[in-house]
Design a protein around this ligand. Structure first.
Ligand code: SAH
Length: 275
């Protein structure tokens, strides 16, 4: 029986609210895993669905720990993964688990491999970017539109707060575009797989919290200038903000989406000296 047959046998109903679009094509999934560099590693998966991707990860990884919100999938996952002794499924909302809790599944470093639920793609990425301590790589399937944002260049329409938030910590690239017809049910959008490899040597950063706050601040109100956004977020006077901006060699009237990662790092390092 195919995994789709097993879902049908259990009378499983896809739940749109959970972003359930499954992939059953094992050759396609294998081709992704081949490019993902997960041999012998510990893997965190979010949203195993019917467990098709999970089993392919488990074939090469050391172990897989998967978090699934939908308990209706429990009997299906048990059946589909019964031959694997290196897979553990935890039921619950990934956003409700603390990073400490999630990381306690792994003795050392781990990687994330996930076909992410689209309704919470950005919160999941930020949760791990900002809090994970032993995550070395994320191989995630996301909506194509989001994928383009993750790897965008400064000043382009796709550039957003998440772009430099990734770029200062990691090297991100789209490894494959995925046509919507690969999914069951077929969604309204195409997808892409993005590989994000953490690399903490890219920039000289004084305080990552201040940098995260700076990035959020300059992108906070898209139509406001950097000067206005910084004043509001850091509760600094116009005078101080202008001094900071001048030291960073930025025009006070410029907008967040024009600053590249290097400029944001320099700006945050200067702000840090005033806090
Ligand atoms: N990996 C599977 C399914 C991807 S669909 C495949 O590729 O076929 C997204 C999956 O994420 C679904 O199984 C959905 O139930 C699960 N999910 C949605 N929100 C979640 C959350 N907050 N925490 C954990 N899993 C979630």
């Amino acid at each position: 029986m195919s995994n789709l047959d097993i879902l049908n046998a259990h009378n499983f109903k896809f739940n749109k609210a959970y972003g359930q679009n499954f992939i059953f094509d094992t050759n396609f999934l294998k081709s992704i895993i081949d490019k993902s560099d997960i041999d012998g590693k510990d893997v965190l998966e979010i949203g195993p669905g019917a467990g098709t991707l999970t089993s392919i990860i488990a074939d090469t990884a050391n172990k897989v720990v998967s978090y699934e919100i939908d308990t209706n999938l429990k009997p299906i996952l048990e059946e589909n993964l019964k031959n694997y002794n290196n897979v553990e499924i935890k039921f619950g909302d990934i956003m409700k688990f603390s990073i400490e809790d999630i990381e306690s599944n792994f003795d050392g470093n781990y990687v994330m491999v996930a076909n992410l639920p689209y309704y919470i793609t950005t919160p999941i990425i930020f949760k791990f970017l900002e809090n994970a301590t032993r995550l070395t790589s994320m191989i995630i399937m996301v909506q194509l539109e989001v994928a383009e944002r993750l790897v965008a260049k400064a000043g382009t329409k796709d550039y957003g707060a998440i772009t430099p938030a990734i770029d200062y910590r990691a090297d991100a690239k789209i490894i494959k575009k995925v046509n919507r017809t690969m999914f069951t049910p077929v969604p309204n959008v195409d997808s892409a797989i993005v590989k994000i490899d953490f690399n903490n040597k890219k920039f000289d950063i004084k305080n990552t919290k201040v940098l995260d706050d700076t990035i959020k601040s300059v992108f906070a109100m898209r139509r406001k200038t950097i000067e206005n956004n910084l004043k509001t977020s850091f509760r600094l006077s116009s005078e101080i903000v202008n001094e900071i901006i001048a030291k960073a060699n930025i025009k006070p009237s410029s907008r967040g989406e024009t600053l590249n990662t290097q400029q944001l790092v320099e700006l945050a390092n200067i702000i840090n000296d005033y806090l």
